[in-house]
Design a protein around this ligand. Structure first.
Ligand code: C2E
Ligand code: MG
Ligand code: MG
Length: 548
């Protein structure tokens, strides 16, 4: 057997085994949590297929999925995984678990050869699963090989509430803008674009650009393959919406997902995108069934939902708690929707207000829009996806305004602090100036006192330089004026007839034939440092005979 035959043979045998895998009960699904960076909670899971073959043991999806595509059984196992996932959501629902969306990977083959929309709907109907508990992950290749067909199928699925994710984004050739017209809700950024803290600033900017652009297109962003805390904190800081990866959990059997949700296992709070409180949505409508349909529509968006049956009650709800976005009916008994939103604007100008109405009384709407009472006017019956994205946009707008306000407040606070600081500083300077004025005044006072003394006084600085001579000293020794600035030891012999030894405080000497006693008086050391301040030499005239 030649070397090339071995892989070909293995492929043949493996292919044959794979086509029997369903019948032999060798396939199963594992589930990997998809976690919100806003709430930290598991919001969904990705279904990942595993094959344990009786003959070949564990075969990786990287090997058997392309094989299934080549040997023609991809449609069959694709339909199997859709059905399994639907059964699992129903099982979780009946076990009382909160809604959890299962995202199923769809092969390009399922688009090309099968009728994806029909297959998905068949699985939903057969199992009784809620379409909004199901998501599908499709790749760019699948979309772009026959864009028209893909678009039609995805539109159909999205219309019934199935979430569409673009898988492995970044590995294909298309840009987000090329996908703009595709009906998708979420972008799964491939793990090669999930930078760690050690990554270059350029690769972080690429990830940030993908996130910003996706948000600009009203798409949410999930980062795949998150393994480290560094990746997590970078993603959170750059506004990513969800993460999936080994950091939180590897793919696990359904039972372990249930345990994690019940526990609940959540992301550490320090990694969550900063939000002081939960987004709050106020729904106002006099029809009970509309309120419950809207509540159902928004229940998985993570908003805190508050409802009111009319304008008066709506105002009451607004008084009870902070609200970010209001969606109000127009025609209600008592107060009209526009009147209610007008009052809401006057009382809570920061709220973002939308009208959802079946009636269009043009003039009052134009007036309300023009005076800024309403941000958007939407009509009943509504399109679920459109309404969801309008409300999401309203929250983003509100958060942007909040952020601006926060920044403005921060700047104002910083300015106030700066002003207080400069005030304190100028106060300090003023006090310092006053003190030095005082010192100068007292120095001048001391100097004047010394000048008025009838005794000759010479001042020496700590180094022994002659620094000062009072009036009497200048009268007695006129040459002293030239000696100021000279070293006393050098100048004194000429001036006083001898040096003055440092050790002895009194020395008798004669000047101009008269007897003087030189008294050396050290000046008080100044300050805590006890610095030497120099000496004063007093020349006290002696009665003749007193001198030695
Ligand atoms: P995918 O859809 O991109 O799935 C994510 C893959 O990344 C999974 O590999 C998952 O186990 C792996 N992964 C998750 N977190 C991390 C992480 O932190 N680090 C690393 N290194 N890997 C992580 P898996 O399960 O081997 O699946 C590989 C691919 O096979 C999937 O890529 C998907 O394209 C395909 N596949 C799996 N199940 C199905 C299926 O039921 N139908 C179809 N059509 N394709 C499937
Ligand atoms: Mg996937
Ligand atoms: Mg992927």
């Amino acid at each position: 057997m030649s070397a090339e035959c071995v892989p070909a043979l293995r492929e043949q045998q493996l292919g044959a085994a794979l086509c029997q895998a369903i019948a032999r009960d060798e396939l199963r699904l594992l589930y990997q949590p998809q976690v919100s960076l806003e709430s930290g909670e598991i919001v969904g899971v990705e279904a990942l297929m595993r094959w344990t073959s009786a003959e070949f043991g564990e075969v990786s999806p990287g090997e058997f999925i392309p094989l299934a595509e080549r040997c023609g059984c991809m449609n069959t196992i694709g339909a199997w995984s859709l059905r399994q996932a639907c059964l699992q959501t129903v099982a979780w629902q009946s076990a009382g678990l909160r809604p959890l969306r299962i995202a199923v990977n769809i092969s390009p083959v399922q688009f090309r050869q099968g009728d994806l929309a029909r297959d998905v709907q068949a699985a939903l109907i057969e199992t009784g699963a809620d379409p909004s508990d199901l998501g599908i992950e499709v790749t760019e290749t699948a979309l772009m090989s026959d864009p028209g067909r893909a678009k039609a199928a995805l539109r159909e699925l999205r219309a019934i509430g199935v979430q569409i994710s673009l898988d492995d984004f970044g590995t294909g050739a298309s840009s987000l803008s090329a996908l703009q017209s595709m009906p998708i809700d979420m972008v799964n950024v491939d793990r090669t674009f999930v930078p760690d803290v050690t990554a270059s600033p350029e690769s972080v900017s690429v990830t940030r650009a993908i996130i910003t652009m996706a948000h600009g297109m009203q798409l949410r962003v999930l980062a795949e393959g998150v393994e480290t805390e560094g990746q997590l904190s970078l993603l959170a800081a750059n506004g990513c919406d969800q993460i999936q990866g080994h950091y939180f959990s590897r793919p696990v059997p359904a039972g372990q997902i249930e345990a994690m949700v019940r526990e609940p296992k959540v992301l550490p709070a320090r990694y969550l995108r900063r939000r002081e409180r939960q987004r709050t949505l106020l729904l106002v409508d006099d029809e009970e069934n509309i309120l419950s349909a809207l509540k159902r529509l928004f229940r998985r968006e993570g908003y805190q939902i508050v409802t009111a049956g009319g304008g008066e009650e709506g105002l009451q709800r607004l008084a009870e708690q902070p609200v970010d976005v209001i969606v109000s009916d127009q025609r209600m008994p008592g107060m009209s929707g526009i009147e209610f939103l007008r009052r809401a604007k006057a009382l809570y100008p920061d709220t973002v207000r939308l009208t959802l109405s079946g009636f269009t009384e043009l003039q009052s709407i134009i007036d309300a829009v023009n005076e800024g009472a309403i941000y958007k006017f939407l009509t009943k019956p509504w399109d679920d996806n459109l309404l969801r994205s309008h409300v999401a946009e309203a929250f983003r707008l509100k958060e942007l305004a909040d952020e601006n306000k926060r920044l403005t407040a921060q700047v104002a606070h910083a300015n106030a602090e700066l002003e207080a600081l400069s005030l304190r500083l100028s106060g300090l300077l003023e006090a310092q100036r006053e003190q030095s004025d005082l010192l100068a005044a007292s120095a001048a006072g001391a100097r004047k006192m010394l000048d008025d003394l009838p005794l000759a006084v010479l001042g020496l600085d700590p180094e022994g330089l002659i620094a000062y001579a009072n009036r009497a000293a200048v009268q007695l020794l006129p040459q002293v004026l030239d000696a100021i600035g000279g070293m006393a030891d050098d100048v004194f012999p000429a001036l006083l007839g001898q040096r003055l030894p440092e050790a002895s405080p009194t020395v008798d000497l004669r000047i101009e034939g008269r007897a003087y006693r030189a008294l050396t008086q050290p000046m008080d050391p100044a300050g805590a440092a006890g610095q030497e301040r120099g000496r004063l030499v007093l020349l006290v005239p002696q009665q003749d005979g007193e001198a030695v």
